[in-house]
Design a protein around this ligand. Structure first.
Ligand SMILES: Cc1cc2nc3c(=O)[nH]c(=O)nc-3n(C[C@H](O)[C@H](O)[C@H](O)COP(=O)(O)OP(=O)(O)OC[C@H]3O[C@@H](n4cnc5c(N)ncnc54)[C@H](O)[C@@H]3O)c2cc1C
Length: 395
């Protein structure tokens, strides 16, 4: 068995693992990342790429704790995207610098309360009729349109850029290919028997999303507990205008959230989430597509849906267990005997989570430099495909 020592092994190459890897390498740690599928793997590549700044959390009209925590995130991302932040993401494609918000039910009071809050005021402006995008210039559109200064990213290009910078430290392992053994001094042994490899690891960071639960079991831990909150997303591909918008309904989740991305075959994919996805989890794909079709027909009746190719994606959001399965307020990090378990709960929170992980390692007195064994005899993972590029028979 070939033996080596590394400071930190991160398991799971979604945004949480990739951002953490980048920060740890910058800080001088010998950190490696193990991924069982493809980088950006599950939730990250399926996300809508919205860098939330709290608007979503504040739809009830009150600024909750989470809205405050997430309020700093857009500035952190913006600096990175401009090349002046903690990571250089200047090559990442920003699909839109803002999103639109409109109300289907004339819920003026809800919106008024929402906009009145100080944190929201700076980021939200009403759009004059003449300034509206073409889609909302239609004679049938009634009501107000607001512009929300929150960016939408092309997540594929984000994952590709992190792969370009840090891919050499990412390795592919089979989900059931890892064995763990805890030592009395808190150091963990990680074995990949198939490769004849044994790594002595000062800290393990679990950023495997839904996979964290199995990894914790493998490690013989029963905490922290995980919850899954599923979504049934819809993809509509065709001759559509780019759109980044939320339609507010009567609840605290937007009735529908639409983001867009150009496909490899030069069509436009609308990616539909919001309450449509939350309330559609029991639907068959066809029922969910029919619902999406009806919603667009109702909310944007002038959009031509005749030649649209539809598909759906049923996907779990993996989070720490919360009372009543409610949405967690912020990032989650749990540290116990050399194992850090993390769920960012939002793509936008990745920088915040990576900071928390760095702080936790400092607090534990774990400084960089135990070893620098970086070049393992393992394959590197590929980059995952976004939902609109996955062939339906592979989905
Ligand atoms: C449909 C949808 C839309 C969303 N939209 C947004 C949005 O617009 N804005 C936002 O801020 N957030 C959004 N989110 C939330 C956001 O996507 C997630 O919070 C975030 O991507 C989670 O990242 P992660 O790295 O923890 O998990 P993941 O992206 O799920 O990555 C986990 C990785 O671990 C790997 N893995 C699993 N088990 C193992 C194992 N045993 N060994 C090795 N690797 C393993 C997986 O293959 C995967 O690559 C959305 C989520 C969903 C589902």
């Amino acid at each position: 068995m070939h033996k080596a020592r590394v400071d930190i092994v991160i398991i799971g190459g979604g945004i949480a693992g990739l951002w953490t890897l980048a920060r740890l390498r910058q800080a001088g740690y010998s950190a490696l990342l193990f991924e069982s599928e493809a980088l950006g793997g599950v939730q990250t590549i399926a996300s809508q790429g919205i860098i939330h700044g709290g608007a979503k959390y504040a739809l009830t009209g009150n600024l909750t704790e989470s809205a405050r925590a997430i309020g700093d995130m857009p500035a952190v991302w913006r600096a990175c995207l401009e090349g002046s932040g903690e990571l250089d993401l200047s090559r990442v494609m920003v699909l839109s610098d803002h999103q639109y918000l409109w109300s289907s039910t004339g819920l003026v009071s809800r919106m008024a309360g929402f906009f009145a809050s100080k944190a929201m005021r700076s980021r939200m402006t009403e759009v004059d009729v003449g300034q509206r995008p073409e889609l909302f210039q239609h004679a049938e559109f009634i009501g107000s349109l607001y512009r929300l200064e929150e960016q939408v990213l092309d997540v594929s290009s984000l994952v590709a850029e992190l792969h370009r910078q840090y891919g050499e430290f990412c390795y592919r392992v089979e989900t059931d290919g890892l064995q763990f053994q805890a030592q009395a001094d808190g150091v963990n042994l990680l074995r990949i028997p198939e490769q004849g490899l044994e790594l002595e690891v000062q800290a393990l960071v679990l950023t495997a999303g839904k996979g964290n639960a199995d990894l914790l079991r493998l490690l013989g831990r029963d905490a922290p507990e995980m919850q899954l909150r599923p979504l049934h997303m819809v993809v509509a591909k065709g001759d559509l205008p780019p759109l980044y918008a939320h339609c507010l309904g009567s609840g605290s989740t937007p009735r529908i959230t639409i983001t867009s991305c150009e496909t490899a075959d030069s069509r436009m994919a609308w990616y539909l989430g919001g309450d449509l996805a939350e309330s559609g989890i029991a639907h068959t794909p066809q029922q969910q597509i029919d619902k999406a079709h009806r919603e667009i027909n109702k909310l944007l009746p002038w959009v031509d849906l005749t030649a649209i190719e539809w598909s759906t994606l049923l996907i779990d959001r993996a989070e720490p267990k919360m009372p009543g399965s409610r949405r967690p307020d912020s990032v989650f990090l749990h540290s116990d005997r050399g194992v850090l378990t993390a769920w960012p709960t939002k793509l936008a929170f990745a920088p915040y989570l990576a900071n928390e992980i760095l702080q936790q390692l400092h607090q534990q007195g774990l400084s960089p430099g135990v070893s620098t064994k970086d070049d393992l005899e393992l394959a590197h993972p590929e980059i995952a495909l976004p939902p609109w590029e996955v062939k339906q028979d592979e989905a």
